[in-house]
Design a protein around this ligand. Structure first.
Ligand code: HEC
Length: 123
């Protein structure tokens, strides 16, 4: 069988993902997470340059006790639900002007899905 063009694969995955983010999405998300890993550990006990992202899905922004967050993020009032995580990885500086996190721009819906599936697996 010929491989699907990636946009078709994205549509197929996108339609089922919310209900069933499985091991394949998590693995794809681990790939995307390589763009975050320089600053973020998946190990709950470790903050590196950025705060640990274990358990981040559903967490209040800037709520890890041992990380020194920017005032901008502390005052954002955000909770890291899926919608806010999408906005954050698409353009963190637009979501929270003044954040200390270097600008990232992951606007591809499928990549966001993978990344969120991976982050959920860290809970
Ligand atoms: C160059 C380093 C760097 C990179 C690369 C980076 N981050 Fe960050 N991240 C940070 C820093 C520093 C903060 C704290 C920001 C603040 O206090 O304003 C942060 C904060 C966060 C938060 C908020 C966590 C909390 O406890 O409120 C999330 C979520 C996050 N980053 C996700 C990501 C994801 C996903 C990627 C990859 C697409 C990524 N980051 C890439 C440095 C980075």
């Amino acid at each position: 069988m010929k491989p699907l063009p990636s946009f078709a694969a994205a549509i197929l995955l996108g339609s089922t993902l919310t209900a069933t983010a499985g091991p394949m999405e998590e693995a794809a998300g681990a790939e995307v997470f390589k763009r975050c890993h320089a600053c973020h550990s998946a190990d709950a006990s470790k903050n590196t340059f950025g705060p640990s992202l274990t358990g981040v899905v559903g967490r209040k922004a800037a709520s890890l006790p041992r990380f020194s967050y920017s005032d901008a993020l502390k005052n954002s009032g955000l909770v890291w639900n899926e919608d806010n995580l999408r906005l954050w990885v698409a353009d963190n500086e637009q979501l929270v002007p003044g954040t200390r996190m270097r600008h990232v721009s992951i606007s591809d819906r499928a990549e966001q899905d993978y990344l969120i599936a991976y982050l959920k697996s860290l809970n």
